[in-house]
Design a protein. Structure first.
Length: 144
């Protein structure tokens, strides 16, 4: 079995919002052909912090520089192709109402798991490889 999985660094509070399934889309300026398990790394930057999400994720629960969750990257769709995508996948029609749909590329996330405890890790730009063994100390908790 391959010990590597893909990971992506996302600024807080968005990394935690993804891990807790409040954010089911990651917006990127670039597409990816990758589909599969994706570790969500909370970056060290605090430039995106506002109090807008304090009622969902309290500030004292945010972590920086750690893996906070694992999701399934289901699809990558350009915002201009969203209508055609949801016509082909009507179960994804929630995308039209989701507050985090911004584009230009929508990374559609599914099967959200949060980690019982964040696992410290150094992030990187773009998709990067993470050894699955890094996650072994943590328990994955399915988020409904």
């Amino acid at each position: 079995m391959d010990d590597q999985m893909k990971a992506i660094t996302v600024c807080e509070p968005y990394a935690s919002l993804i891990a807790w399934r409040h954010k089911r889309v990651e917006n990127r300026s670039w597409p990816t052909h990758y589909r599969g398990w994706l570790a969500i790394h909370a970056g060290r930057s605090k430039k995106w912090l506002t109090d807008a999400y304090d009622h969902i994720i309290p500030p004292d629960k945010l972590v920086f520089g750690a893996i906070v969750g694992v999701v399934w990257l289901r699809a990558c769709v350009h915002i201009d192709a969203l209508e055609a995508y949801t016509e082909q996948h009507p179960e994804q029609s929630w995308l039209h109402e989701h507050q985090h749909v911004g584009g230009p590329w929508l990374w559609i996330l599914d099967r959200h798991f949060r980690l019982s405890e964040p696992v410290q890790a150094k992030g990187a730009q773009g998709l990067w490889n993470l050894s699955r063994s890094v996650l072994r100390p943590a328990r994955l908790i399915k988020v409904a």
